[in-house]
Design a binder for this molecule. Structure first.
Ligand SMILES: [Zn+2]
Length: 571
């Protein structure tokens, strides 16, 4: 087909109200009926260009999606596309000729977006060394060389697609993962506020409570500080809770004496806290999970008396008399840190009820006596990653409660992947409503992220749910497409694809792994030939199909490995 036929003819820009109807049965013969307000205009030489200019492509890429999980997921949008369009659940991510690249996203999206295998595009893994996009470019570049009027847009969350593969995009946006809420609560208050010297060598009483999302600190029975919005619920992490330190060893261990330590599954009232500060035993013991009184002596397993806490490091599994761990059947038993490792303080094995301390309301309390002006951890289990709750004295005569959800930097990462996919879908919808794209690539990532975090399998509910989420995102995009004012006259081809499957939590080295190599392909639109795709389909066919639809044919000089699949036969 001659190139000048594809030059732009902006017949909408002259302000006429023009409608074009393409007869489906006669399509391919370029039969076009134009109805112009006030009369019928007859086209001749430009009919083909007309028809061509309305050929458009939407490519939905969903990273790391297995076809068997797609089949299991409840996906009304994909179901409709599959029913109305062409489909295979047996496409392959590696071709016959060349299989030396890894089965990961770098080579995968390169093959999808260039239409050639890794021996040509040169990308074998995610470091993109050897890339040869000069000779085998992104299909946007092929499109623009043939149809200079074409508008292209690419929306991704995996940056290397734009950094390395993409070229000739009029709109390109990489979406970062939205930041998680900082749900670590760090309440640190100077005791100067209450004219109390915490390191005067006298007994003091420190309490932290959480009630309905409000974290409060009490020193010697008086409220000294509070923090709102501390509503996250999580289990305490690690294997132990510690007295006189946290999960780390080092200089922050408590230097002094501790007593009357209690962990509660409810927020004590101010009256109860005042009572505890005056060293009275609690009258209402409801919700008391653990209590360490140390009125007596510490004895190791051999029965040696070691004096009041903090004792010298004792042998492991020593028994502390009078230290009651109420939720245990063995009421008196707690462990000491093994000698030679983390020798300071006591460690309490975290059972299920203690782990749940940080779900819902709680109270942690301790009496202390020290002359140390530095940081002194009274209780805690902080290790940087696990769900943690520390009660501390700090420099500057301050008291502190520190409350941290597990792995705070990654907290809610998969949900945030879902939010990011929503942002991408919203942007794609906006482009479809407000711009005039010829080719639009929209990439979703929650599937791959969920596969790596939990598992690539139809048996993993989160993975299946991620596919269902993307189905809803695609619905958003397609609705925007269908609401385009000229939609009836546009010939949109929607291709849904993925770069690989996965097994367990990985998809590398998948040459001999069907769960990784086998993928699906959907081709939908007026130009699609409905039904199963009869030929063996491959990743490279996405570009082969897109360019065939957009240009009518592909130039053999491009040496594409991909062919058109799922399209009605050309004239
Ligand atoms: Zn991956």
């Amino acid at each position: 087909m001659a190139r000048q036929l594809w030059t732009p003819w902006n017949w909408f820009s002259d302000g006429k109200n023009v409608k074009m109807c393409v007869s489906k049965t006669l399509r391919g013969l370029v039969a076009i009926v134009l109805v112009v307000t006030g009369g019928v205009s007859v086209l001749s030489a430009k009919e083909s260009a007309e028809s061509r200019s309305q050929k458009r492509v939407l490519i939905i890429g969903m990273d790391g999606t297995r076809p068997d999980a797609l089949a299991k997921a409840k996906t009304p949008t994909f179901d409709r596309l599959i029913k109305e369009g062409a489909f295979t659940d047996n496409a392959n991510i590696l071709g016959e000729r060349y299989q030396k690249n890894d089965t990961i996203s770098g080579p995968g999206w390169s093959s999808i977006l260039t239409g050639v295998w890794a021996d040509k595009h040169g990308v074998h893994d995610n470091n993109f060394k050897g890339k040869n996009y000069e000779l085998f470019p992104h299909f946007f570049k092929r499109l623009k060389r043939e149809r200079p009027d074409a508008k292209t847009a690419s929306l991704v969350s995996w940056a290397p697609i734009h950094e390395f593969i993409l070229s000739e995009a009029d709109i390109a946006e990489v979406f970062p993962l939205p930041r998680g809420k900082n749900q670590t609560a760090d309440l640190r208050v100077s005791a100067d506020k209450l004219d109390i010297n915490t390191h005067d060598g006298k007994w003091h009483h420190l309490v932290a409570t959480r009630k309905q999302g409000q974290l409060k600190l009490y020193l010697d029975g008086r409220l000294i500080g509070s923090l709102e919005g501390v509503d996250l619920e999580f289990p305490l992490g690690g294997d132990f809770y510690y007295l006189g330190r946290d999960s780390r060893s080092g200089a922050t261990g408590f230097n002094g004496q501790l007593d009357d330590i209690r962990l509660w599954k409810r927020a004590l009232t101010e009256a109860e806290i005042a009572q505890a500060a005056s060293q009275m035993s609690p009258t209402n013991r409801q919700g008391l999970l653990a209590e360490y009184l140390f009125q007596g002596e510490l004895n190791d397993s051999a029965g040696h008396s070691k004096g009041p806490f903090p004792a010298q490091p004792l042998t492991e599994n020593a028994t502390v008399r009078y230290a009651r761990h109420i939720s245990d059947t063995e009421l008196n038993r707690i462990d000491f840190a093994p000698t030679g490792e983390k020798t300071h303080g006591l460690r309490i094995p975290l059972n299920d009820s203690l782990r749940d301390l940080t779900r819902g309301d709680f109270t942690i309390e301790a009496r202390f006596m020290t002359t140390d002006k530095g940081r002194n951890i009274l209780l805690g289990n902080y290790d940087g990653k696990a769900g943690a709750l520390n009660l501390e004295l700090h420099e500057g005569n301050s008291v502190r409660v520190y409350f941290q959800p597990p792995d705070p930097k990654n907290a809610g990462a998969l949900e945030r992947e879902g939010i990011r996919d929503q942002q991408i879908a919203a942007k794609a919808a906006q482009i479809l409503r407000e711009e005039d794209p010829t080719a639009l690539f929209v990439y979703f990532h929650q599937t791959d992220a969920t596969g790596h975090a939990i598992g690539f399998s139809p048996e993993v509910p989160e993975y299946v749910k991620a596919i269902e989420n993307i189905d809803a995102r695609v619905n958003t995009v397609l609705k925007a497409m269908q609401s385009r004012p000229n939609y009836a006259n546009e010939d949109w081809l929607t291709i849904v694809c993925t770069d690989h499957g996965g097994l367990k939590r990985s998809h590398s080295n998948g040459l001999k792994v069907p769960e990784i190599r086998r993928v699906f392909l959907i081709v939908h639109g007026p130009s699609a030939q409905p039904g199963p795709i009869p030929k063996q389909a491959y990743l490279v066919d996405v570009t082969g199909t897109a360019l065939t639809h957009l240009l009518g044919k592909v130039d053999p000089k491009w040496q594409l490995d991909g062919k058109a699949v799922g399209l009605e036969p050309q004239e």
